[in-house]
Design a protein around this ligand. Sequence first.
Ligand SMILES: Cc1cc2nc3c(=O)[nH]c(=O)nc-3n(C[C@H](O)[C@H](O)[C@H](O)COP(=O)(O)OP(=O)(O)OC[C@H]3O[C@@H](n4cnc5c(N)ncnc54)[C@H](O)[C@@H]3O)c2cc1C
Length: 386
Amino acid sequence: MTATASYYSEEHHLFREACRRFVAEEIAPHHARWEKEGKVDREAWRKAGEAGMLLTNIPVEYGGGGADFLTSAIFIEEMMGHVFTGPGFRLHSDIVAPYILNNASEDLKRHWLPKMASGEAIGALAMTEPGAGSDAAGIRTHARKDGDGWILNGAKCFIGNASRADWILVWATIDPSLGRAGHRAFFVEQGTPGLGSFKIEKKMGLKAYESTSFTLEDCRVPAANLLGGEESYQRRAGFKSAMGTFNAGRPAIAANAVGMGRAVLDEALVFARASGLLGDARVRDRLEHIARKLRLARLVYLRAGWLVDQRRPNIMEASMSKALGAAVAQEAATFGMELLGAVGGRGDHLIEKLYRDVKAMDIVEGTGEIQHIVMARHLVQLPSRD
Ligand SMILES: Cc1cc2nc3c(=O)[nH]c(=O)nc-3n(C[C@H](O)[C@H](O)[C@H](O)COP(=O)(O)OP(=O)(O)OC[C@H]3O[C@@H](n4cnc5c(N)ncnc54)[C@H](O)[C@@H]3O)c2cc1C
C-alpha cells in the first residue's frame, strides 16, 4: 500500500528512504533474535540515535530533530510495517521525551534529552500499577517528603523498557485521598537503592518490546528529582500535563497500529496471490475494504498529529485516531488470519505474529473503551475528568 504521497515534502521522502535503509540494515537482520531474547540490543538504540531516528519531534536545542509529527509517523510506519520493533524506540521518543520537554526543569532537559536523542540514555514512564491502569487516578505508590528528599514505596507493572532505562519517571501519590491532586512524578535513576525486583512480563505479542514490573522500597530521591517542582502540583498542573502528553502520544500509537495493519495487508496480498485467492471477488472486496479503512485511519491520525505540531487542542482527534487506528489494525489482522486458514493456525506466519502484536495497540495509552468515553464526554461538552 503506498502512503498518502501528497502530504510528503522532499525532506519527508528522503527521511522515509533513510528509514527504510535503517530498518533493512540495522533492524531486520536482528529482529528474530530480539524476539527470542525479549529485548532489542542496546547497540541498536545507539545506531538509531546516530541515524537521527530518535526524538525527531524534539527541538534541535535539546538534541532532537526539530521535525514535525509526520516525520515521526514516517519512522513509525516504516518500522512497524517491516519488522515491528517500533514501540520500544517510539515510547521513548513519542511519549517519554515530550513529557520531559513539557515538564522538566531546564537542567534536567539539557542533561537528559540530548542523551535520549543519541540513544545513549533510555527513559521510561511508569504510571500503571497492579490495580490502577485505566483508572490512573487510583495509583497507590506512595511519596513521602523526608528532609531534602522524597521516599517512594510501591509497585509498578507493564512499564516499557524499565529494567534497561537509565531513569524511570515514576508517578506516586502523597495522599491517595486527594485523588489526582496528590500525584507527583519523580525521576528515579537506575541503581537508586530500593528500586528493584525487576521482572520482565510474559506477553502474547510484542515480544521484542520489554515490559517490566518493579518495586520501590524506601527508595530515596533528591528534591530536584520531583518533576516540575512542587509549585506546579499545587496548581494541579502535573496530572493535567500528563494527560496532555498522552494526547500527543495517542496519534503516535495510531501510527503504530496503521503500520501493523499495512504489514498485514501486504502479507495478505502476497498470500492471496500465491494461493490463487485473488480470483475470488469476495476476497478482493475484503482486501479493498481493509486498504480503505487503513487509509482513513492514517488521515485521522495525521490530523491529530498536525494539531500537536500547531500546539492546538486535540483531545477529540487524538482519542479518535487511537481508537480508530487500533480497531482497524485489529480488523486487518483478524481478516489476515481468516485468509490464512490452517496456515495461520500453524503459528509461524508473520500475520499470526501481527495478530498477537496488534492487541497491545488497543490497550496502551488508554484502552479503546476509554477513548470512547473521552470522545463521548467531549461531544456532549461534559468537563474532562482531569
Ligand atoms: C504492551 C504494553 C505496554 C505498556 N506500557 C506501559 C508503560 O510504559 N507505562 C505505563 O505506565 N503503563 C504501560 N502499560 C499499561 C497500560 O497503560 C494499561 O494496561 C492500560 O492503561 C489498561 O489498564 P489495565 O490493563 O489495568 O486494564 P483495566 O483498567 O483494568 O481495564 C480492563 C478493561 O476494562 C475496561 N474499562 C476500564 N475502565 C472502564 C470504564 N470506566 N468504562 C468502561 N470500560 C472500562 C478497559 O477498557 C479494559 O477493557 C502497558 C501495557 C501493555 C499491554
